[in-house]
Design a protein around this ligand. Structure first.
Ligand code: FES
Length: 132
C-alpha cells in the first residue's frame, strides 16, 4: 500500500462494483456472490456502507477462500481497514497501521481494543452476515 494513500487514510478496498449485490434485512446483510466477483479470489474484498447500516462492514476472502466480515473501523481512531491475506491479517489503512487477526484481536499498532467480527454463513452463492 502506498505511502500517500496511508498518509491520507485512503482504504484500498473498494465498494462493490454492483451495488445491488447486497441488502440489509432483519439485522443481517444478504449478499449475492454472483454479483460480487471481488469476493471469489483470496485477498478480494469489498466494503459495505450506508443502505441503513449503522456500521461500516468489511467483507473479504482469505487465502483458503473463506469469507470473513468485520466492523470496518479501526479501534484506534476509526479509519477503515484492509485485508492483508499474505500475513493473514487485517490492517488499518493509515500510517498507524494497527493490525488485527481475522478474529478481530489486536496484533500490533496503537489500537487497544479488538474489532467486532460478524458471523458469516455461506450457501452456494448466497452469503448471510449476522450483524448481532
Ligand atoms: S486509526 Fe488505525 S492505527 Fe490509528
Amino acid at each position: 500500500m502506498g505511502f500517500i494513500k496511508r498518509l491520507f487514510g485512503i482504504s484500498v478496498t473498494p465498494s462493490p462494483a454492483d451495488s445491488s449485490c447486497w441488502e440489509v434485512k432483519d439485522g443481517q446483510i444478504l449478499l449475492d456472490l454472483t454479483k460480487a466477483p471481488q469476493l471469489k479470489n483470496p485477498g478480494g474484498a469489498i466494503r459495505l456502507e450506508n443502505k441503513g447500516l449503522d456500521k461500516r462492514v468489511l467483507v473479504f476472502c482469505d487465502e483458503q477462500g473463506q469469507l470473513h466480515a468485520m466492523h470496518n473501523k479501526c479501534a484506534c481512531a476509526g479509519w477503515r481497514l484492509d485485508p492483508h491475506v499474505s500475513s493473514s491479517t487485517v490492517q488499518c489503512c493509515t500510517l498507524g497501521m494497527s493490525t488485527y487477526s481475522y478474529d478481530g484481536q489486536v496484533i500490533s499498532g496503537s489500537a487497544k481494543e479488538p474489532v467486532q467480527v460478524f458471523e458469516v454463513e455461506r450457501e452456494d452463492n448466497t452469503v448471510v452476515i449476522n450483524l448481532a
